[in-house]
Every structure is written in structure tokens, then in C-alpha cells.
Design a protein around this ligand. Sequence first.
Ligand SMILES: Cc1cc2nc3c(=O)[nH]c(=O)nc-3n(C[C@H](O)[C@H](O)[C@H](O)COP(=O)(O)O)c2cc1C
Length: 214
Amino acid sequence: MNAPELLKALGWRYATKIFDPAKKIPADTWQALQQALILTPTSYDLQPYQFLVITDPATRAALLPHTWGQKQVVDCSHFVVFAAKTKTTEADVDKLIRHTVEIRKLPAAEALGAYRFMMLGDVVNGPRGKTAHEWATRQTYIALGNLMSCAAVLGVDACPMEGLVPAEYDKVLNLSGSGYATVVACALGYRSPDDKYAKLAKVRYDAKDLVRQI
Ligand SMILES: Cc1cc2nc3c(=O)[nH]c(=O)nc-3n(C[C@H](O)[C@H](O)[C@H](O)COP(=O)(O)O)c2cc1C
């Protein structure tokens, strides 16, 4: 993909209000988008979230009244709820260390002792530990942005959705007490020809307002 093609895809995407309920994302395309979610970078690589991919119609119907009545939740092909960890623990740090040792075939977990110590002092016992859910929430938004851009590149429509009641989502999705809590969602699929929003011009400030060269 070259630069003009990238900008074309990003100009084509918009926050889809009406999905065509008959159009489903093909399995291979969805697998690529799911892998894009997994490949999202996070601070320290801690990945303090889960992505709940909701295709079950009954669950979606139960979420609709807690989504400000926005029909994207029931009409889209794949509905993803981003849940962030509510707390970061020493066990989370150790899990990452063990996984890193295994994947990178490092001699022993002790090889990462200094890194472990630094993480504990920050995300467990330090400033980011005190605001763990808020910090994890910020990481989920990186995943959301990544998903939306990748969807656009693959010609899949998406609507990022903060218009929901997280506490009610947690109840419907049995997240209460799980260590994860709902943050935001994203509906994905294909736009309906009736969605007049698709034709609206983009409203963005100029580079002179948003970009400063220093
Ligand atoms: C974090 C976030 C939450 C959003 N929540 C909603 C939502 O609940 N419902 C909706 O229709 N659009 C929602 N939007 C869409 C924005 O209104 C939209 O992205 C913005 O107006 C720019 O328009 P565009 O995405 O079509 O270019 C959300 C966007 C973001 C980034």
C-alpha cells in the first residue's frame, strides 16, 4: 500500500451509523483484524485488556438498551467490547516475564530481573499502579485506534462507541469481579446504502491547528 492508497482508505472510513445486517465479515478478514488487535503495542507489553468479540444475537440484544439505543450493536457483523484490567498485580508482571522468556528463548526469568523490578515499581507499586484501570483504559484506546485503521485498510466499516453504560455492560457480560471492566466498544461490518453519514465531508482542523513543527 502506498501513501495515496492509505489516505484514500482513511478518508473512506467514517463512524458508521447504519450497518447492513445481511453482510458479514468473511472469516479470513476477521482473523486478520483479530490479529491486528493482538498485535497492538502496549506500555511494557503488559496487554492489560481483553477483547470480547460478540456475535451472539441474544447478548447483543441485551446490550442494546445500554448502548443509548444505538442499533449498530445489533446490526453490525462483529461487535467488540474492550475491557481493561481493573488492577495490575505482581502476578501480571510475572506472567509477562515468563511469556517473554519462553517466546524469546531466554536462559532464565532472572535475565529480566531488572526489567521486572522496574515494572513492579511503576505499574504495581508506583504511579501507574495507583491508577491501574485508568492506565489500562488508555492502552485499550490504542487497540481501538489500531482496529479502526486496519479495518479501513481492509475495506471494513467500523463505528467506535463510547455511547454505552459500562456498569450495565459489565453485568450483561458477566465481567463484574473478573478483574476486567468495560471501557469502549467497536461495531464492525459493512455500511448500509441508507447511511447518509457516509457521504458527509470530513470535519477536521487544518494541519496548522493540529501539527506544530518545532
Ligand atoms: C472514542 C470514540 C467514541 C465514539 N462513540 C460514538 C458512539 O457511541 N456512537 C457514534 O455513533 N459515534 C461515536 N463516535 C464517532 C465520532 O463521533 C466520530 O468518529 C467523529 O465524529 C469523526 O467522524 P468520522 O469518524 O466519521 O470521521 C466515537 C468516536 C470515538 C473516537
